[in-house]
Design a protein around this ligand. Structure first.
Ligand code: GTP
Length: 316
């Protein structure tokens, strides 16, 4: 949910329909509610409602359609345009939506996206903190997670991986299985991606390093420049590696898949043989891809692929 023009359909188009950011300028306003169904991991289906943000629609969601819109919600994602001139009106609608949500789906998680961060001229961190305080105040006692996002960098993948992660019931089990795969491959890290969206579902490292962490989400680092700025990481400790590596991978592979589709080729797998590490990206199940990162040059990629093949049954 969120005001008209805040960028809801654009993010849906990027993440769930594999379209490039440049194509979003052609999108028209959403009329009423558009629904998407994305199959995640076997039986898990993500039912995504994109609610058109024009006032007439918002008023209708909050009155006649109230019980339909706010019933059985797993997660409400409210999008604020970072550069909006109507923040007070946005906050008013947000508070009304939150009231309806607490009435009909009290268990639902609430994510707030301060979107179009690329357009912000003033120091992004200061501006984000200001907005975060504002929305926190408007949320009262409700626990919220706030992200700064833009369709032009990986921040969108960080936010959405985190959102989707909260909806996966067996995330801890997946983590455990990925740790076993990592040990079998002598891998530094193993990451599981959803096939269509390339969002991170789980990683072999502990949950504290997942993009789902609320502390990462609301820290200024989540909205800083997407370029790599921290000191060179140690290659063997996943916790020391590039903090945005997951969402960068999602973003880059999505772009690569899009390039493949333009030349009518289908993307199946990828092998990267770099100076100090090897990465294998391969299909894990019908709905997932797995990426295995190894820093030991004596490990053959064929062996990694064999391990992936043998692990498949466990993940189906
Ligand atoms: P309704 O359907 O009316 O509710 O609007 P919406 O929230 O779905 O907005 P939409 O996705 O149609 O985006 C409106 C405009 O914002 C488009 O021209 C997008 O290209 C642009 N836009 C979306 N995300 C971003 C972003 O991160 N940065 C910038 N600069 N522009 C964006």
């Amino acid at each position: 949910m969120g005001a008209s023009g805040s960028g809801k359909t654009s993010m849906r188009s990027l993440i769930f329909s594999n379209n490039p950011a440049s194509s979003t300028a052609r999108l028209g306003a959403t009329i009423d509610v558009e629904q998407n169904h994305v199959r995640f991991l076997g039986d898990l289906i993500l039912n995504l409602w994109d609610c058109g943000g024009q006032d007439a629609f918002m008023d209708s969601y909050l009155t006649t359609q109230r019980s339909t819109i706010f019933q059985h919600v797993g997660v409400m994602i409210y999008v604020f345009d970072a550069e909006t001139r109507e923040m007070n009106k946005d906050l008013e609608y947000y508070r009304d939506c939150l009231d309806s949500l607490t009435q009909y789906s009290p268990e639902a998680a609430v994510f707030l996206l301060v979107h179009k961060m690329d357009l912000v001229q003033e120091p992004k961190t200061t501006m984000f903190e200001k907005k975060r305080e504002e929305v926190q105040k408007a949320s009262g006692d409700v626990i919220i997670t706030v992200f700064g996002t833009s369709i032009y960098d990986e921040s969108l993948y960080r936010a959405w991986s985190s959102i989707v992660h909260t909806l996966i019931p067996n995330a801890a089990v997946l983590n455990k299985h990925l740790n076993i795969v990592a040990a079998a491959c002598s891998a530094t890290e193993v990451i599981l991606f959803e096939r269509t969206t390339f969002l991170v579902i789980a990683t072999s490292t502990s949950s504290s390093s997942l993009p789902a962490s609320a502390s990462i989400a609301s820290s200024p680092s989540s909205i800083s420049s997407p370029t790599y700025t921290s000191s060179p990481p140690s290659p063997l400790d996943p916790h020391q590696m590039h903090p945005k590596r997951y969402e960068r991978t999602s973003e880059l592979i999505k772009a690569f898949k899009w390039s493949c589709s333009r030349v009518r080729e289908e993307f199946h797998s990828l092998e990267l043989d770099m100076y100090d590490f090897t990465a294998v990206l391969d299909e894990m199940t019908r709905n997932t891809y797995v990426m295995v990162v190894v820093h030991d040059p004596t490990i053959e990629t064929a062996a990694i692929r064999l391990n992936i093949r043998m692990a498949r049954k466990k993940f189906e």
